[in-house]
Design a protein around this ligand. Structure first.
Ligand SMILES: Cc1ncc(COP(=O)(O)O)c(C=O)c1O
Length: 379
């Protein structure tokens, strides 16, 4: 038997399996209300689509591994406009989605055997990508006591670390880290020599205070962001990193060898995305309406233990009084009502058996209908 690598044996991303079950139901003529998806239901903004159409006639070859100068400059301007931060464009690295950014950031910052922490519940690909790279993921279990976010004391409780990945707003909880807490966390990381990696992919989708970027706290952090969520461009596979000067050359060489460059068509079109605020803010207004609707309706369906959902487009619900097998529960819900939601096991393999994630990124009508069916369902 030929050898098969252990590091490639990582868990599936279960939400993709829910999506497959939902698609099968639709193929068989069944109706599905999609509250499982982790992406906007809308297409890219009109300005981006128009720019892409115009760009189709260009050569569209490889471009610079770090990104086109025009897009890197546009992203740097975005930090000035949205955060009042002066960011030199050369610290911006354009990536193939933030997913491509994770691979570059983790390879540049960590060696095999290093220990990198993240909270559970949390986005599963952090630990799965780290595992595939031979880095040891260290899980920090969190709950409502700390707003589902890490604290310096929790860091100390898990032993020596080389890195910490945080997300604010987070997936699946929607919880956020305020400015003071982020400053404390950044300082605790700096004091202990821990590299802070801040996943800011849900910035722009918030329902109270705007999200704070970790770039405000230190130049040693690595920030990840993406055109996938606020900019409504998941399939365009475009994201970016903001990296410390000291990691820039290493990331450039990694990007050249691993990816050559991020998609040129997407890069040409994405320059227009920053001019499409009105359309994109309209999507956020719809997410806010959907969120308000669910916060009103879910408790009537018995789902009243919800994470704070200060940002992103998810509600993470404790369903421990209904099941201790969220995967089977979600499967039954889909089969009996046509409502697709995600079991918590993706985000927290153990406690997630008693949690589900409900996405409200879709159309308000279908969210309202899903809430009605959840109220009527006796699962
Ligand atoms: C928290 C978080 N980070 C990163 C990603 C990856 O997104 P992309 O590769 O499309 O930028 C996702 C996708 O759902 C996410 O939820």
């Amino acid at each position: 038997m030929m050898k098969q690598a252990r590091r490639g044996a990582i868990p599936p991303f279960f939400v993709m399996e829910v999506m497959r079950a939902a698609a099968e139901r639709e193929r068989a003529g069944g109706e599905v209300l999609h509250l499982e998806v982790g992406q906007p239901a809308t297409s890219a903004p009109a300005g981006v689509v128009a720019a892409a159409r115009a760009a189709l006639d260009e050569q569209l070859g490889y471009v610079d591994a770090l990104g086109t100068p025009a897009l890197r400059a546009a992203i740097a301007r975005h930090y000035r406009d949205a955060y009042r931060l002066d960011l030199p464009a050369h610290r911006v690295v354009v990536t193939t989605g933030s997913s491509g950014g994770f691979v570059l950031a983790f390879l540049a910052a960590f060696d095999a055997g290093d220990r990198v922490a993240m909270v559970t519940p949390g986005y599963p690909c952090y630990r799965n990508i780290l595992t595939a790279l031979g880095v040891v993921p260290v899980e920090i279990p969190v709950g409502p006591e700390t707003g589902f976010q890490p604290t310096p004391a929790l860091l100390d409780a898990v032993g020596p670390l080389d890195g910490l990945v945080v997300a604010s707003p987070a997936n699946p909880t929607g919880s956020m880290i305020g400015r003071d807490a982020l400053r404390d966390l950044a300082r605790a990381c700096a004091d202990r020599g821990i590299r802070l990696i801040s996943d800011e992919i849900y910035h722009g989708i918030t329902y109270g205070e705007p999200a704070v970027t970790a770039l405000e706290m230190s130049d040693d952090v690595i920030v990840l962001n993406s055109f996938s969520k606020y900019f409504s461009m998941t399939g365009w596979r475009l994201g970016w990193l903001v990296v410390p000067e000291s990691l820039l050359r290493s990331i450039e060489c990694l990007a050249q060898n691993l990816f050559i460059s991020a998609p040129s068509l997407s890069q040409l079109a994405a320059c227009a995305a920053f001019e499409c605020r009105a359309e994109l803010d309209g999507h956020v207004a719809r997410y806010a309406r959907n969120r308000a609707l669910l916060l009103e309706e879910l408790p009537k369906a018995g789902l009243d233990r919800l994470a704070p959902a200060e940002g992103a487009f998810y509600l993470y619900a404790d369903v421990s009084d209904r099941t201790d097998d969220s995967e089977a529960w979600c499967r039954r819900l889909l089969a009996e009502t046509g409502v697709a939601i995600t079991p918590g096991i993706d985000f927290d393999p153990e406690r997630g058996r008693r949690f589900v994630r409900i996405s409200f990124s879709g159309a308000t009508d279908s969210i309202a209908e899903a809430a009605r069916r959840l109220r009527a369902w006796r699962g």
